[in-house]
Design a protein around this ligand. Structure first.
Ligand code: NAI
Length: 382
């Protein structure tokens, strides 16, 4: 029934090929170790980035996009943003073309990592960030341009807004459809993974018709589609996923003071951008956090770090981000034992303080190993 799954992969630029080689070995080993029923991953390479440019003349060949449009699982290393050429950012192009509307980042502490807080071990949160709307929609006009003045004059003259015509101006579109499909993904995840709560993180006290609407639509969606498995904080029912909400600034305090009370966070685009990096920093793991961008059909895992050009090709890079992406992918397809095996191995190896240079510089008495050697330690820990 399970058997084999195809994972399309883009190895990426810079340190991409190094970290991908290690990650694939570790992910395949976790599956092989956990099951003897023949299941496994079939990796199928797609071209993007510098390798694609060298081989096809395009940074993002049409064949890659076509394959991804019908794919269920994909994984990518970091892609360099081309300094010249038609594409502003390959990552943005992929996100838009494939309608990858939910950006999901799990944040969890690994024993041994230096953290700026006293109890990083209490952090175990998964952020679901809306990925297509909000102030990221790109509708923005520079101050004192004809476009900005025209829009501001309309707001002042037609809509009665009090606004300075010399302002720069951006638009923050947020739709019911965009908000609800994101919250739906977050609740589905919480239910499937047995998580205790989903918190809607918004700034609705100030931005009532965007962030406030996000909160409202979130509760509406939960009541309409998940009434049997969710409840609100006020009428909490044991065993059901509690849907709650927090104002964004309060959420940043809560994350520091009472992290154990939060599990899944569902957020508009900008709040999610801030809180996922803040939480990753809180557990000391900014450079090793995994992530996935999802549409309704595709789960596209990606390293959250960049191409690290200064250490590329030197076998120094930390492969944890992609390795942990693998654990996320395995959870997603329901191969929990294999995902567990990866987490346990990362815990063991980091706990022994034999780590790549980026982590070693943050730890007392650590032993520095290269990317390949770190991968070998993960393999032997399994
Ligand atoms: P970066 O993440 O590549 O590097 C920032 C710092 O972290 C550097 O000191 C680097 O050596 C270190 N670092 C990053 N990943 C590491 C790893 N796995 N192990 C050890 N050290 C690591 O960010 P930067 O320098 O801003 O960007 C470089 C290129 O990557 C740019 O072209 C940028 O556009 C691209 N980029 C791509 C991303 C993606 O594809 N998702 C994300 C971020 C940047």
């Amino acid at each position: 029934m399970f058997m084999r799954k195809t994972v399309y992969f883009i190895e990426g630029d810079g340190i991409g090929p190094e970290v991908f080689r290690v990650a694939r070995q570790v992910i395949d080993a976790a599956v092989a170790k956990s099951y003897s029923d023949g299941r496994g991953l079939d990796w199928s390479e797609l071209l993007a980035g510098e390798k694609a440019h060298a081989e096809t003349g395009s940074y993002l060949p049409e064949a890659t996009l076509e394959a991804l449009k019908t794919a269920e699982l994909a994984m990518k290393g970091p892609l360099a943003t081309p300094v010249s050429g038609g594409i502003r950012s390959l990552n943005v192009a992929l996100r838009q073309t494939l309608d990858l509307y939910a950006c999901i980042r799990p944040i969890k502490y690994f024993e041994g990592i230096e953290s700026p807080v006293k109890r990083p071990d209490l952090v175990d949160m998964t952020v679901f960030r809306e990925n297509t709307e909000d102030v990221y929609a790109g509708i923005e006009y520079q101050a004192n341009t004809p476009e900005a003045r025209k829009l501001l004059a309309f707001l002042r003259d037609e809509m009665g807004a009090k606004v300075d015509l010399a302002a720069g101006v951006g638009v923050k579109p947020m739709t019911e459809k965009g908000s609800k499909r994101l919250v739906k993904k977050a609740i589905e995840f919480a239910v499937a993974q047995g998580k205790p709560s989903v918190t809607l993180v918004h700034k609705g006290n100030i931005m009532k018709f965007t962030e406030g609407a996000f909160r409202l639509w979130g509760y509406e969606l939960a009541a309409a589609e998940f009434a049997d498995v969710t409840c609100t904080e006020k009428d909490s029912v044991p065993g059901k996923v509690i849907i709650k909400d927090r104002i964004a600034d309060a959420m940043f305090q809560e994350a520091l003071i009472r992290p154990e009370q939060y599990s899944v966070l569902a957020t508009p685009n900008l709040n999610g951008d801030y809180i996922s990096d803040a939480l990753a920093a809180q557990v000391g793991g900014l450079g090793m956090a995994p992530g996935v961008n999802m549409s309704d059909s595709l789960a596209f895992y990606e390293a959250t770090h960049g191409t690290a050009p200064t250490i590329a090709g030197q076998d120094k890079a930390n492969p944890c981000s992609l390795v942990l992406c693998g654990a996320m992918l395995l959870e997603h397809v329901g191969w929990h034992e294999a995902a567990q095996a990866i987490h346990a191995a990362v815990n063991t190896v980091i706990g022994k303080k034999t780590v790549t240079v980026d982590l070693a510089t943050q730890m007392q008495d650590a032993t520095t190993v290269g990317c390949t050697a770190f991968g070998d330690l993960l393999l032997s820990a399994m």
